[in-house]
Ligand binder design. Structure first.
Ligand SMILES: Cc1cc2nc3c(=O)[nH]c(=O)nc-3n(C[C@H](O)[C@H](O)[C@H](O)COP(=O)(O)O)c2cc1C
Length: 365
């Protein structure tokens, strides 16, 4: 078995185990709706077993860079419909990633100058590129207990709009220090209500969102992404193995489509466990018996190794997919990969987005 072996995820039969990882590319319209260019980019990459879209904000309170993706109003859904149709037309399958930035929202873009929201009033570390240049992350306002069902409802609304857009499912972004992660981890959640304290409480927010998404899509069209080793912007947990094994076990009970684990967010590194943070993957593998996707610095050899060892079922690639629309074919042929230009990750229109050559284009040129 290797990355080219077919696999079933929920009701979908994937022709290979190569997943296009979610990546914000900031090519949406000014009103945060996806468009033809975004659809072309994803359709170019439809030979992936599964495409996962960039994170779409579920709320106006989850606001950051210009031209970022959102999925909370009808026109957003209409924009993502173009994407889903074009990926399906190219023979692919696509899940929409949905998220709330929480304390990592841009204070200079918050509606009515409101404070960003989080589990607790603890600021993320570092700075954000706001409307008038770099500024520190804001100290967020801790959500009142009574406000939490409203935020869960924003996720439900996003799932409904994704379904209406024709997406095959949703991925809940529980990684990289955003709102779900802020609730899960002890370093950003010091609540004393039913959403804070022991992990059973800290995971409650994610489980309520998962149940809301399941109510919309069915259990086998909902995935969840985690990044237990991520420390970006000061996200931290006292015991990542226990935290994420608990969450994975609770998701296992719900029988969701997959769990998606970022082992490392540093390209070139496959594992980032240190002396104090042991690898979470083995514990997660035990806790979750459904399809497990791993990601973070993988190449073909490492991906095949992960699948052959039984530690993972699928492998997601991010940066390699930016610059290689035909990554699947290149990997099949052991062809060289185009290098990615980081200066166009978040800007540049079609440049560095839809203009990376596929091998076929090169041959026929
Ligand atoms: C430009 C860019 C945008 C990203 N946006 C997202 C995102 O929207 N959601 C997410 O979960 N991860 C996001 N990531 C993280 C990637 O999905 C992935 O975890 C990371 O790049 C490591 O995978 P790789 O080594 O295959 O590139 C982003 C990464 C990059 C480079």
């Amino acid at each position: 078995m290797d990355i080219f072996s077919p696999v079933r995820v929920g009701p979908l039969e994937l022709p290979n185990r190569i997943v296009m990882a979610p990546m914000a590319r900031a090519r949406c319209n000014a009103d945060n709706a996806a468009n033809e260019l975004v659809a072309e980019y994803y359709a170019q990459r439809a030979s992936a077993g599964l495409v996962i879209t960039e994170a779409g904000s579920v709320s106006p309170n989850s606001v950051s860079r210009a031209n970022g993706a959102a999925i909370y109003r009808e026109h957003h859904s209409a924009g993502w419909h173009i994407v889903a149709d074009k990926v399906h037309g190219a023979g692919g399958r696509v899940f929409q990633q949905i998220y709330h930035l929480g304390r990592k929202a841009d204070p200079s873009r918050m509606p009515g100058g409101a404070q960003p929201l989080s589990a607790s009033a603890i600021a993320a570390k570092g700075q954000i590129n706001g409307l008038n240049g770099m500024l520190p992350f804001a100290v967020p306002r801790a959500l009142e207990t009574a406000e939490i069902p409203g935020v869960v409802d924003e996720f439900r609304n996003a799932a409904e709009l994704s379904k209406k857009a024709g997406m095959d499912g949703v991925e809940l972004h529980g990684a990289n220090g955003y709102l779900i992660d802020q609730f899960l981890r002890s370093g950003s959640n010091v609540r004393t209500d039913a959403y804070g304290g022991p992990i059973g409480n800290r995971a409650r927010f994610l489980m309520e969102i998962t149940d809301a998404a399941i109510a919309v899509f069915g259990r086998d069209r909902v995935g969840v992404r985690f990044a237990p080793h991520a420390t970006a912007d000061g996200i931290a947990d006292a015991d990542p193995v226990a935290t994420f094994a608990y969450a994975a076990a609770a998701l296992n009970e719900r029988g969701i489509a997959y769990v998606h684990l970022i082992e490392s967010i540093r390209p070139g590194l496959r594992q980032s466990p240190s002396a104090d943070v042991p690898a979470v993957l083995p514990a997660l593998r035990k806790a979750f018996t459904g399809p497990l996707i791993v990601n973070g610095g993988y190449d073909k050899a490492a991906a095949n190794e992960a699948i052959a060892s039984g530690l993972a079922d699928l492998v997601a690639f991010a940066v390699p997919f930016i610059s290689n629309p035909d990554l699947v074919e290149r990997m099949a042929q052991d062809a060289p990969l185009n290098p990615a230009d980081a200066t166009t990750f978040y800007e540049g229109g079609a440049k560095g987005y839809t203009d990376y050559p596929s091998m076929r284009a090169k041959v026929s040129a």
